[in-house]
Design a binder for this molecule. Structure first.
Ligand SMILES: C[S@@+](CC[C@H](N)C(=O)[O-])C[C@H]1O[C@@H](n2cnc3c(N)ncnc32)[C@H](O)[C@@H]1O
Length: 508
């Protein structure tokens, strides 16, 4: 029969009979001590500290120090008989096990919102920290990295064959996805460069709110609701109406560190891992890609690294210049992506040729405004947008070889009255008018970012759900089986572990 461990005996002892562990591997800074003091004062001591027979603290050094600072005379302890290495290991494990846990951002946000102001202050998690918690990728052991039975095994085998399981939900929140994305960005991709959005000095409103030329934005938030809320609320000083950035956009916070370093960017950057999958799944090796709304450098650089020949068109010279500069560094040896400046309504003459993949991410109406050029679709009313958009899709579809795929990444977006402009449907209609069939639809689940901070007000006020996905629309021109044959076999290892193309052992 198993022996029951003895129950812990709690003793109340004089503080001056105890001493801190001089070899404590954990440092307690002033903020930490203040938090412990506040907690002890408000709640009293709710759990004992762990000490050895001679009163040396094994776990709870911070609590003892804070109690001393508060002038306490006695404290509750439990005695441990652990000694030597075991004592040292327990002291480390006691801290490490807490450190390995992660916050559940939704539950944390929900719990914090139930607290009165004084308790909210006592727990000492500020808005910036809350935002960082919300943006942190979940720990990898919660992301299907572990053994979760048969379904996991099947997904693993699929990933082994196709890079990632070819399901209609692609989850960019997964740990491996985020790591791979960081790998791509680490090559020097700065897809946010060349975008007017970075230049907050575009916006006189930005200056009104204290931003200087060269300041980097933090998060961009869309929608008049969030803008109004921020302007009303405690983040007023950090909220910047978008000006040229976008009618309904505002910036939350500013950060002098580069976006790549902080993981934050005010601009929406195309996901390089999605890019990689699209090329590997839908474009033959060595194939030609045409992109009528190039924007940043991602699609071009990833194409080149994967041995695909990319031609992107963008209205803005500064965007093309920024992309070319990055490609010159990143794609030094091998294929170079090509960017052309021009209006994609002229795609047929600008990018004359026959292509193996049509791949793009258009402006989502005027959600983000890219420049002042009246030919820029993001400057247009919704009806004018639809007309120009359709013309560009029709002309681009003409450039696609028969029996090939097209992929557009889009998202529906809200009008001023709160209803949706259906960009997904508009895209499908335009492609169908161009003679292509709507063939696959997938959802890219994106990192929540600031969503947990925003969703409460928008949901409570108007039952708007927090949008954390984009739509990946795949079309086929001609016969899907022949298009598949043209792409060749999908034979590569899982992206989770494969080196990046062009890196040692990574191939292309
Ligand atoms: C959604 S952005 C592309 C974002 C891109 N995914 C990225 O990573 O930067 C759309 C791009 O379309 C460009 N654009 C808008 N109207 C255009 C037009 N008529 N012809 C060519 N490019 C246009 C804008 O300049 C902008 O860079």
């Amino acid at each position: 029969m198993a022996t029951r461990p003895p129950a812990l005996q709690i003793e109340r002892v004089q503080l001056d009979t105890l001493h801190l562990d001089p070899a404590n591997a954990r440092a307690h800074g002033e903020r930490n001590l203040a938090a412990i003091r506040n907690s002890l004062e408000r709640f009293g001591q709710q759990k004992p500290i762990v000490v050895d027979a001679k009163g040396g603290v094994v776990a709870g050094n911070g609590t003892l120090e804070a109690a001393r600072q508060l002038g306490w005379k006695t404290i509750s302890v439990v005695r441990t008989s652990l000694a030597g290495q075991e004592r040292v290991a327990f002291a480390i494990a006691d801290n490490r096990s807490a450190e390995l846990a992660a916050w559940d951002p939704d539950n944390l946000e929900a719990a914090l919102s139930t607290l009165d102001a004084d308790l909210r202050e006592l727990v000492d998690i500020n808005d910036e920290e809350l935002r960082r918690i919300a943006e942190a990728p979940p720990p990898s052991d919660e992301l299907g990295d572990g053994d979760n039975g048969d379904a996991e095994d099947h997904a693993g085998a699929l990933a082994e064959s196709f890079g990632a399981p070819p399901f209609s939900i692609l989850d960019a929140r997964q740990g491996w996805w985020q790591r791979r994305k960081s790998g791509w960005i680490g090559l020097g991709i700065q897809s946010e460069l060349g975008r007017g959005c970075n230049a907050l000095d575009f916006s006189s409103a930005a200056q009104r709110f204290g931003f200087k030329r060269g300041d980097r934005p933090g998060l961009m938030m869309h929608g008049q609701d969030s803008l109004n809320r921020l302007l009303r609320g405690r983040n007023r000083a950090a909220a910047v109406p978008g000006g040229n950035v976008g009618k309904n956009s505002c910036w939350l916070g500013s950060d002098s560190k580069p976006a790549v370093e902080t993981g934050l960017s005010g601009t929406s950057i195309f996901d390089p891992v999605l890019c990689e999958l699209v090329y590997r799944w839908f474009c033959p090796p060595g194939g030609l890609v045409v992109d009528p709304f190039a924007g940043g450098s991602v699609r071009g650089i990833v194409a080149a690294r994967l041995g695909r020949h990319y031609t992107g068109i963008d209205l803005r010279e500064e965007q093309v210049a920024a992309n070319e500069k990055q490609a010159a560094t990143i794609c030094r040896s091998g294929i170079m992506p090509r960017w052309l400046v021009g209006d994609s309504r002229d795609v047929a003459t600008l990018a004359l040729g026959k292509y193996d993949l049509l791949f793009s991410c258009p402006p989502y109406g005027s959600l983000e405004v890219y420049g002042d050029d009246p030919r820029d679709l993001s400057n247009m009313s919704w009806p004018a947008f639809c007309k120009a958009y359709r013309a560009i899709i029709l002309a681009s579809a003409q450039l696609l070889k028969p029996d090939r795929f097209a992929c557009f990444v889009v998202g529906n977006f809200r009008r001023a009255d709160g209803g949706y402009n259906d960009l997904v449907a508009e895209t499908c209609r335009a492609f169908e008018a161009g003679g292509l069939a709507f063939y696959n639809e997938a959802v890219l689940v994106t990192v929540c970012g600031s969503l947990p901070l925003r969703v409460r007000a928008q949901f409570e006020g108007s039952r708007k759900l927090g949008k954390s996905h984009q739509n990946i629309l795949i079309f086929v021109k001609g016969d899907p089986r022949r298009a598949t044959a043209a792409c060749g076999e999908c034979a590569f290892g899982r992206l989770e572990t494969e080196p990046l193309p062009g890196e040692p052992g990574g191939g292309s």
